[in-house]
Design a protein around this ligand. Structure first.
Ligand SMILES: O=C([O-])CC(=O)C(=O)O
Ligand SMILES: [Mg+2]
Length: 227
């Protein structure tokens, strides 16, 4: 493909809505555990607004030049309802990549949220409107609008690869990415694990949570226990 570093792929295939909705209410730690405890973004990519956030959708990917949001403005016009715009701003903390105006526009367009490997601004405005934004932090410094950048190529965000159409889930714990082709298996395993965790919590209160495995593992690994 031509023009590496400054190119836009307008669209990509998404999973059916009914499949994507399967992630409703599934906490990110459960999703991570059924993927080998992998594919969660680094801890510094956090919800910047109210607690209790839980958002999921198809990844619409953007790579920006550090401190520049020209390609994010284009992404807002191209993204479809339910998409989460995931932005690889190189993790650079120079200038904010988006702010409250861009959140209002995204909200009106039905975009489900933003994930930014970089800073955002207008934190109070974003919190007041409650639009889901996950970012590395905040900065009052405004973004440049020069490019270059790419839309809908595979990016890295929070040290996790993200391709267009992958499923992104964000909550108070952080953000996790499910590769598109793995979604059916992950959904099935996550439902089973959620049931299992409910049973564990019940057994704690019933006083019969089996703790034998702790000593078994310690013994197997050669740990010496003494008084
Ligand atoms: O100036 C920008 O592009 C970002 C911003 O502050 C906003 O969206 O409110
Ligand atoms: Mg602003």
């Amino acid at each position: 493909m031509m023009n590496v570093g400054f190119r836009i792929k307008e669209d990509f295939p998404r999973l059916e809505d009914v499949v994507v909705r399967g992630f409703k209410g599934i906490p990110t730690p459960i999703i991570g555990d059924v993927m080998g405890r992998q594919r969660a973004m680094n801890h510094f990519i956090k919800s910047v607004n109210h607690s209790g956030t839980h958002v999921f959708g198809s990844a619409f990917t953007v790579r920006t030049h550090p401190s520049d949001n020209l390609l994010v403005h284009k992404a807002m016009d191209l993204a479809k309802p339910g998409d989460i715009i995931v932005i690889d701003a190189c993790g650079d903390m120079g200038n904010a990549i988006l702010g409250e105006i861009m959140c209002h526009y995204a909200k009106v367009k039905g975009i489900a949220g933003y994930v930014v490997d970089g800073p955002v601004r207008d934190l109070k405005g974003i919190a007041d409107m409650g639009f889901p934004v996950f970012a590395k932090g905040g900065s009052p410094r405004g973004p440049y609008k020069e490019g270059p950048g790419e839309i809908n190529t595979t990016i890295s965000c929070g040290n996790v690869p993200v391709s267009p159409g992958d499923i992104v889930v964000g909550d108070d714990d952080g953000v996790i990415v499910v590769p598109k082709n793995d979604v059916p298996e992950v959904l099935q395993d996550a439902a089973a694990l959620a049931d299992k965790e409910d049973e564990i919590i019940k057994s704690i209160y019933d006083g019969d949570w089996d703790r034998a495995w702790v000593d078994e593992v310690l013994q197997k690994k050669g740990c010496v226990v003494y008084e």
